[in-house]
Unconditional design. Structure first.
Length: 200
């Protein structure tokens, strides 16, 4: 994830553009709080985060963020239905053990949910599998097989199909690669997908 001159990644700016000012936000797997801090500054949101990595939490606290230590797979029972305007799952859905359960909980908690994940069938990944015979390593997938946090491997089409089967409405989808919006053949050409979804 490349960082722009203003200190925020292109991906995070796309996510921020989906969020209305002064909304309530829960960021699941918020990492070091880069996105949450940006949302507080630019959109004046009322934001909270959940993160499992203690070192990342220290960085969040240093930024003045409200972040709870927690494991997304253990459940999110502390909040009632539709407690937040937006729940964010950016680069964390593919890392949890039970993505279906976590996503259903996110949809319960949020009026809308923003999901961002690497597209594992991007053409660079396909090329490495087909011609190098190795697990892909790309800018969007920078890890080796032995140290990757990713447990699940999905494409943009996989996620759209999942939403259709679960009765989840896709309100908006953004496909990006190399700090650009990809509109033509996104499942082949995009490195990352961002989806704004909801379930009534």
């Amino acid at each position: 994830m490349s960082i722009q001159s203003n200190g925020i990644s292109f991906e995070h700016r796309q996510i921020a553009d989906l969020i209305k000012p002064q909304a309530t936000v829960l960021d699941l797997g918020c990492g070091d709080g880069e996105l949450l801090a940006y949302l507080l500054k630019k959109k004046q949101v009322e934001g909270q985060g959940i993160e499992i990595d203690e070192q990342a939490i220290y960085k969040c606290v240093a930024k003045g963020l409200s972040v709870f230590h927690g494991d997304l797979d253990s459940g999110l029972k502390d909040w009632g239905d539709k407690s937040f305007d937006y729940v964010i799952l950016d680069q964390s859905l593919q890392q949890v053990i039970y993505p279906d359960t976590v996503l259903q909980e996110a949809l319960r908690l949020g009026k809308k949910v923003i999901v961002g994940f690497p597209n594992f069938v991007h053409f660079k990944a396909r090329w490495q599998l087909a011609f190098r015979g190795r697990v892909p390593v790309t800018p969007a997938l920078p890890f080796e097989w032995f140290n990757t946090p990713n447990l699940h491997f999905l494409s943009l089409l996989d996620f759209e199909n999942y939403c259709a089967k679960r009765g989840i409405t896709v309100k908006r989808k953004i496909s990006i690669s190399a700090n650009k919006i990809i509109r033509f053949l996104p499942n082949l050409r995009a490195e990352t997908g961002i989806f704004l979804i909801k379930k009534d």
